[in-house]
Write a protein that binds this ligand. Sequence first.
Ligand SMILES: *Cc1c(COP(=O)(O)O)cnc(C)c1O
Length: 427
Amino acid sequence: MNHFQRKRGVLHAERIPLAALAEAHGTPLYVYSTATLTRHWKVLHRSLAGLDHVVCYAVKANSNLAVLSLFARLGSGFDIVSGGELYRVVKAGGDPGKVVFSGVGKRDDEIAFALESGIRVLNVESAPELARVSIVARRMGVRAPIALRVNPDVDPKTHPYISTGLRENKFGVSVADARRLYALAATDPALEIRGIACHIGSQITELRPFLDAIARVLALAGDLRAQGIHLEHLDVGGGLGITYHDEEPPHPDAYGAAIKKALARWDGRVFLEPGRVLVGNAGVLVTRVLYVKRSGRKTFVVVDAAMNDLVRPSYYGAYHTVELAGLPREDAPEIVADVVGPICESADFLAKKRRMPEPLPGDLLVVRSAGAYGFAMSSNYNARPRAAEVLVDGDRALVARRRETYADLVRGEEPAPRAERFTASRG
Ligand SMILES: *Cc1c(COP(=O)(O)O)cnc(C)c1O
């Protein structure tokens, strides 16, 4: 359920027509819905009622400060994967005591920043990382709160680029390594064991892989506790999928109920790291049609958004619904077209082979489900200023990030000093 609905044929974000937002803020434009973000967070939170849990929103899905502060006000924790994301969470008023720090390659300065900030736990993903965390903590004279991210070796049955819980993936440590590393950590005065974590992948549309992973992690947690290793929490990760097209992922209620059941015998706290399911369908990308171009038998709808704005179609082959913001012209012929951007790459497309009423230059198209891994993965490729982001709340719209300017593109750069003219000696 989201708050991007048609009223008399015109697509709205809550109470505002998307066309009005495009008029006011230009295109390409990301639009997020406060009511949808709030609803998604609360539905997941309530589905876990009765379980001592913390929903730690995975910041990488959408790290805009307005989105983070909205979740912070709801009482959310945060899952971060970099020092930059911690900076954002703190800026947005997030509670560092509810922050978990994941990722396979944390630098010393990022570890130090996390320890200074008093985050809940560092999810450690390798033996050398455990050693680094210990060194940095000792240098600072503090104890580092840690969990090990265990790779439960289950197949999440998702796109290979977003599968993380298989033995062959770079993430986490095997169950056998985890046993050894917990024993080591328990003897290290610079480390404080807080819990155990896993995360098996993203856009998962079945419950089975989650439950298999939890069963394996629970079994390990039981063994560790039997050995006298204290575990306060178990972190089940994120990864619940959403409907982009015809996927039928479990409803968050069903997911929450299944997690509760699987953890019925767990008496510690439970952390979750949902990203996409909270923000994916709470955002759209609005883009303007530049041209309809015919080339041989193909038809291209050329728009002003491109792979630098939304890379998921070209990077993962992802499907996003694309539709007109307004009503189609009455006499518009049906076409089958690729929706493409202006970037000089054949992989620059937002949609392929879509049947649609032929738009006219100037019409607005709406790319659905763009709230997760949309703006967050955007770039300045082809020297394209990044899109503006707007957060709608009822009939109000907040510019959550202003559109970049050409000056923003070169911020921090210097033209090279004029090179000495090469003078060949004419001996
Ligand atoms: C990306 C990521 C998440 C969030 O994944 P979603 O599929 O967006 O829910 C959670 N935890 C970790 C460690 C991640 O890397």
